[in-house]
Design a protein around this ligand. Structure first.
Ligand code: PLP
Length: 365
């Protein structure tokens, strides 16, 4: 590993930083993972991969306390593929599906969903530039809708729902791409959860789908086989050639998460890390965060400098100080600090210190 690796903190929103311990394990395993071969060369149907797969399933069940009636699927095409996969697989018998729109990603999911089912938006935060969520009592949920789709954490706008919706649909369908493994999950109303891997589950190339088996028996007849949940369940996610290296990284991440205190530990840590940054912003005269404090994300903190002309300088100096990938998403601009489980508390503290010092320097100049 390069000498300076430990002094760099990567705040990228995904691909995001991986735990140093996991990177070290990958390096050790690469040349000879099984029988003289690297993990990238071994058949996806080999006993070694099957073992790894059952380890993934049991570690994930242990971490999230997933009930037995749920299938755990490892799919491809990113979370975006699930924007189509969900309605294709779930809504053939009952095509009424409600969507809560709280930011860029849930809006995209809604527009994709509309292609395949009778999708209706129950509420949107668009008029407030996605800085808050309309109160739940104003949502127009329909009786008889099969599911309510929502994005638990909006990665770009930096909003997270403080709890799962109480009303809406027979089942909840939740995009947890940017906050899975950061809090315990109550599965009682969950129909399906999906999350692509490149934030908190490893690297791009794999999407986790956790779905109630009773909902996947009647896919739309035109559902591509590569997106068919029932087929993936029956074939243990081995319908086509699997991205074994992504699975291997995922397996390492799960073990690392278990070793480090599980989701309860990371729930506390996530709050602690982002609070350090929100505290700096709230007492500052130069930084702002646009989000209603009730919905502030514990994972992604978007912020901007009141004097926009200073932003490039801020990002440049942060980069030189080892604080990487802080530029905000192009649709909202500004800066964004993403801190998933692999970001240590020291990283958040280093950013908080840097922001404070930058402000003091600005005041003095
Ligand atoms: C909440 C959320 N949903 C969906 C996506 C899309 O994921 P992918 O690029 O894996 O399709 C992202 C990507 O950042 C995301 O943050």
């Amino acid at each position: 590993m390069k000498a300076n690796k430990t002094s760099i903190y990567n705040f990228g929103a995904g691909p995001a930083c991986l735990p140093l311990e996991v990177l070290a394990q990958i390096r050790e395993d690469i040349p000879d993972w099984y029988d003289g071969m690297s993990v990238m060369e071994v058949s996806h149907r080999s006993p070694k991969v099957m073992d790894m797969l059952s380890g993934i399933e049991s570690d994930l069940k242990q971490l999230l306390k997933i009930p037995d009636e749920f299938a755990i699927l490892l799919m491809q095409g990113g979370a975006r593929a699930q924007f189509s996969g969900v309605p294709l697989n779930l809504s053939f018998l009952n095509p009424m599906a409600d969507y809560l729109v709280t930011g860029f990603w849930s809006d995209l999911a809604f527009h994709e969903g509309k292609k395949y089912c009778n999708a209706q938006m129950v509420a949107t935060g668009l008029n407030e530039n996605f800085s808050t969520v309309p109160p739940e009592e104003t949502w127009e949920c329909r009786d008889g809708a099969l599911y309510l789709h929502f994005t638990d954490n909006e990665t770009i706008h930096g909003l997270e729902l403080p709890h799962f919706p109480i009303q809406g649909g027979a089942w909840l369908v939740c995009d947890m791409t940017s906050n899975i493994l950061t809090k315990p999950i109550d599965f009682s109303r969950i129909g399906l959860i999906y999350a692509s891997a490149q934030k908190n589950l490893g690297i791009a190339g794999m999407t986790l789908v956790i779905v109630r088996r009773s909902l996947i028996t009647h896919p739309h007849p035109l559902t591509p086989s590569t997106m068919n949940y029932e087929l993936f369940d029956k074939s243990q996610s081995l319908y086509n050639t699997a991205p074994v290296f992504c699975w291997y990284v995922f397996a390492q991440i799960l073990k690392w998460t278990l070793r480090n205190g599980g989701v309860e530990h990371f729930a506390k840590l996530s709050k602690q890390k982002t609070q350090l940054i929100y505290d700096i912003i709230d007492k500052s005269n130069i930084y702002v965060n646009p989000v209603d404090p009730k919905y502030r994300s514990r994972l992604n903190v978007p912020f901007s400098l009141i004097d926009e002309k200073k932003e490039a300088q801020f990002l440049e100096e942060a980069n030189r100080a080892g604080l990487k990938q802080l530029k905000g998403h192009k649709i909202v601009g500004g800066c964004r600090a993403s801190m998933y489980n692999a970001m240590p508390l020291e990283g958040a503290q280093a950013l908080a210190n840097f922001m404070q010092e930058f402000e003091e320097r600005e005041k003095a100049s």
